[in-house]
Design a protein around this ligand. Structure first.
Ligand code: PMP
Length: 457
């Protein structure tokens, strides 16, 4: 029997990324409050938030300083905008702060309210740039199978997951996908990580040549793939990919929506993994998820092109009502202040070896084919046969079942396509809480194994 709130939910809400058929029976998990890395449901039951919400609540829940920053800005100036040259001090100060932090040459910052809008802006700016440069054919965007970049028409086209394409009439023409850099799943027998990376770079080059380099504008990638399975790239991957991009003058967009703001033990994932993108997208961690905010960096050549186009066209025709919302900017400024003062990024680097050791140990579990991560992010893959890497039938829903068992154990983790489970706790998680997380996940895996045996999958 669904509780009253749950029953009202089922009758009224459409939930994103939810199986709307089974949801009618299972109903929602209604969360009511949070503290530290813990959230509490409407019956007062605690859960360790092993996903930082949706990869975003870096500073955990109940951070009073963030609440105060929002409240102060709410009462001073809850809204103004950046259209037609209007401005406000939180946006100016945040743009200055972000320019200092960026690991790549950054001339300006453009704000959005989400990761999808940030990546959508990247597509539009790429097209705009190439029109300004007098190369109107150079417009195609390459992303990767299992990459995740958002849900707008353009960013869902970039996303490389079947659920974002089937029945949505996507991807749009001009959005191409290259191979997924998941060594465990896609390497050939005996192929080293370096050799696999070289093969993928060759495949990318072949795709660019087949399409005609004069038509290929940009390549977009997450440093560590998030929704595609929390996948760490194989050795040498980005160096080899970047060499190809340089050869054909293809713009490199790093999607730092998950990896930005400390997740890998560096401010940006690009630093940890040696990416040298032309521009990056950020969101999520920039406000610790407390307010919706995202954005993109604008490099000097792009900025110059934007100014010259504006001179011709009269206006830069892009932006939303909430681009650079003052309350979101104030919360982001406070988030970054706390990150610096409390050495949050350094703390991730210090805690990562313990987190990764507990993660790697899961590979010993009979159900786990791969357990791999970096910093405070990791993914595990459930397999039916560890030797052949054979998976269970997708309809058995094994990873979904494991995540449900974890919830029963008081742990929130997330299942992803391909029977993968992601782990991405708030960055402020304490070492003892890391142990609690993995103890509970191990119990959930044991219960999953017992369930598989009983069901005969
Ligand atoms: N890029 C990446 C890497 C993401 O993980 C996400 C969200 N999970 C997005 C883009 C889209 O962000 P949003 O949901 O804020 O639109």
């Amino acid at each position: 029997m669904l509780s009253n709130l749950a029953a009202r939910d089922v009758e009224t809400l459409i939930h994103p990324y939810t199986n709307l058929a089974t949801f009618r029976e299972t109903g929602p998990l209604v969360l009511e409050r949070g503290h530290g890395v813990w959230v509490y449901d409407s019956d007062g039951r605690p859960y360790l938030e092993g996903m930082a919400g949706l990869w975003c609540t870096a500073l955990g829940y109940s951070n009073e300083e963030l609440v105060e920053a929002a409240t102060e800005q709410m009462s001073r100036l809850p809204f103004t905008h950046l259209f037609s040259g209007r401005s406000h001090d939180p946006a100016i100060e945040l743009a200055e702060t972000l320019k200092e932090l960026m690991p790549i040459p950054t001339s300006k910052v453009f704000f959005t309210s989400s990761g999808s809008e940030a990546n959508d802006t990247q597509v539009k700016l790429t097209w705009y740039l190439n029109n300004a440069l007098g190369r109107p054919r150079k417009k195609k965007i390459i992303s990767r199978i299992r990459g995740y970049h958002g849900v707008t028409v353009a960013t869902a086209s970039m996303t490389g997951l079947p659920a974002n394409h089937a029945d949505w009439d996507l991807p749009l023409p001009g959005f191409l996908h290259t191979a997924c850099a998941h060594h465990y799943r896609f390497a050939e027998a005996g192929e080293t990580e370096e050799a696999f990376s070289a093969r993928l770079a060759d495949e990318l080059e072949a795709l660019i040549l087949r399409e005609d380099p004069d038509t290929v504008a940009a390549f977009v990638a997450e440093p560590v793939m998030g929704a595609g399975g929390a996948v760490v790239p194989p050795a040498g991957y980005f160096a080899k990919i970047q060499a190809v991009l340089n050869r054909y003058d293809v713009r490199f967009i790093a999607d730092e929506v998950i990896c930005g703001f400390g997740r890998l033990g560096t401010w940006f994932g690009s630093e940890a993994l040696g990416l040298r993108p032309d521009t990056l997208s950020f969101a999520k961690g920039v406000t610790s998820g407390y307010m919706p905010l995202g954005g993109v960096t604008v490099d000097e050549p792009l900025y110059r092109a934007m100014v010259s186009q504006s001179a011709k066209l009269g206006t830069f025709g892009h932006g939303t009502t909430y681009s650079g919302h003052p309350v979101a900017c104030a919360v982001a400024l406070k988030t970054i202040e706390i990150f610096r003062r409390d050495r949050i990024v350094e703390g991730v680097a210090e805690k990562a070896p313990h987190f990764q050791a507990r993660l790697s140990a899961l590979a010993e579990h009979p159900l786990i084919g791969e357990a791999r991560g970096i910093g405070l992010i990791g993914g595990i893959e459930i397999v039916a046969d560890k030797r052949t890497k054979r998976q269970y039938e997708p309809k058995a829903g094994v990873a979904a079942r494991c995540v449900a068992f974890a919830q029963g154990e008081g742990l929130i983790v997330r299942f992803l396509a391909g029977d993968r489970v992601a782990i991405c706790p708030p960055l402020v998680i304490a070492p003892g809480e890391i142990d609690t997380l993995f103890d509970r996940l191990t119990r959930a895996l044991d219960r999953t194994a017992a369930w598989i045996a009983a069901e005969g999958h």
